[in-house]
Design a protein around this ligand. Structure first.
Ligand SMILES: C[S@@+](CC[C@H](N)C(=O)[O-])C[C@H]1O[C@@H](n2cnc3c(N)ncnc32)[C@H](O)[C@@H]1O
Length: 217
């Protein structure tokens, strides 16, 4: 995979270069994470009443908006944020087609720079596949930024790829313990499970994924 195709933020890469890399990726159309479906982890949280409408929900790194669309259809008010204008263009088309564009606010922004806009605004947070793309230095900033955006008691669902010794490239492989450690200030872990994907359910096209639910304290 070439540098422009990589999803990993790189050490020392400027925010502008990072954004340009994501734009290239969306314009190139090689989007293995885009299965046009909601991620099962989130669907389960909604089905079992853990996440209850109307939210509001913050979808971090929403990409083509498949989870935001699902949440909108279920009656949630969603703010869906992504760096890439091209990704948000795809999301807007799908949301419009599904009749839920009015429920989902699409915002082009770096999630690590959101604090001023929406402090304490959200009852739920959700991240499918964005956190594990952040370079380690940026990854460390994420919990404190998110904490300021969520209300006390808010829930945050984090979907990351599981550890896979055979995998080369792709997102960073972040062990479960490291995730717990990174979020140890301001969050408590409600549950953390390793889930098998499988090609049909396509939990991100990987053999396993790690699903962590946090409560904001
Ligand atoms: C692997 S994709 C997952 C997209 C979407 N959540 C999904 O599952 O289809 C990661 C997304 O995170 C976005 N992203 C990466 N870094 C970001 C940042 N710092 N701020 C906002 N979005 C970011 C990328 O543009 C990309 O759309």
């Amino acid at each position: 995979m070439s540098d422009t195709q990589s999803v990993r933020g790189k050490r020392g890469e400027s925010p502008q270069a990072n954004r340009a890399r994501w734009e290239e990726r969306y314009k190139g159309g090689d989007l293995p994470w885009d299965n046009n479906r909601v991620v099962p982890f989130l669907a389960r949280l909604v089905r079992t009443g853990v996440f209850q409408p109307p939210g509001p929900v913050l979808d971090l790194g929403c990409g083509p908006g498949n989870d935001a669309r699902y949440l909108g259809k279920k009656g949630f008010d969603v703010t869906a944020v992504d760096l890439s204008a091209a990704a948000l263009g795809i999301a807007a088309t799908r949301l419009k087609r599904a009749g839920v564009l009015g429920r989902v606010r699409l915002v082009q922004a770096n999630i690590l720079e959101l604090v001023r806009a929406d402090v304490g605004a959200f009852m739920y947070g959700h991240d499918r596949g964005c956190f594990h793309c952040l370079a380690p230095r940026r990854r460390r900033l994420y919990p404190s930024v998110l904490h300021r955006l969520l209300r006390k008691g808010a829930l945050f669902s984090l979907w990351t790829m599981g550890l896979d010794a055979d995998r080369e490239g792709g997102p960073y492989q972040i062990p479960a313990e490291e995730i717990r450690e990174l979020f140890s200030t301001g969050f408590e872990v409600v549950s953390q499970i390793v889930s098998s994907g499988g090609s049909r359910s396509n939990e991100g096209g990987c053999p396993t994924c790690l699903c962590t639910l946090f409560r904001c304290s």
